[in-house]
Design a protein around this ligand. Structure first.
Ligand SMILES: [Zn+2]
Length: 157
């Protein structure tokens, strides 16, 4: 980990990170925290500070479903958490720690936080996600696939 990232993570550990409790197998814990911490530091502090618990969820999906199932909010408790699907392409890519994959993860956390904390519907949640990607200078192709996903979600409502 480079010194700059180290500083950012330490700062983050002092604030919102106390609320992050990834539920993962102990052997992959450090591997799991790194990308989540790095992604969180890309978000505005106001968003980091109000981030719900983030957990890794193990779900079996068919390959066709998997493409669209990266994260979901578990609203079955009074304290909704964000669940990252461990077999989904988002998480599998983010584990590699590449800049763009972390931007994608950050934008998805912002989207899911919108549902969990602000009770957003799909359209505003995607608008927020696109705003985050734009601010992070994400690649055009990533913006396009997120706006395509938004259009599909709106059509399905
Ligand atoms: Zn959504």
């Amino acid at each position: 980990m480079d010194p700059l990232t180290d500083t950012l993570v330490s700062r983050q550990l002092g604030s919102g990170m106390a609320r992050i409790h990834p539920q993962v197998h102990p052997s992959i814990e450090s591997e799991t925290w790194g990308p989540i911490q790095s992604a969180l530091t890309l978000l505005p502090e106001s968003m980091q500070d109000t981030m719900p618990n983030i957990e890794l969820a193990h779900r079996e999906f068919s390959p066709a479903q998997r493409q669209y199932t990266n994260a979901f909010v578990d609203k079955s408790t009074s304290n909704p958490s964000i669940n990252l699907v461990d077999s989904g392409p988002l998480w599998r890519a983010a584990r590699g720690g590449g800049d763009n994959d972390l931007k994608h993860l950050a934008s998805v956390l912002a989207h899911e936080r919108g549902h969990a904390v602000d009770g957003m519907k799909e359209e505003p949640a995607y608008a927020l996600q696109l705003e985050v990607l734009k601010r992070l200078n994400a690649p055009k192709g990533m913006m396009k696939s997120v706006s395509d996903a938004r259009d599909t979600a709106i059509r399905q409502q």
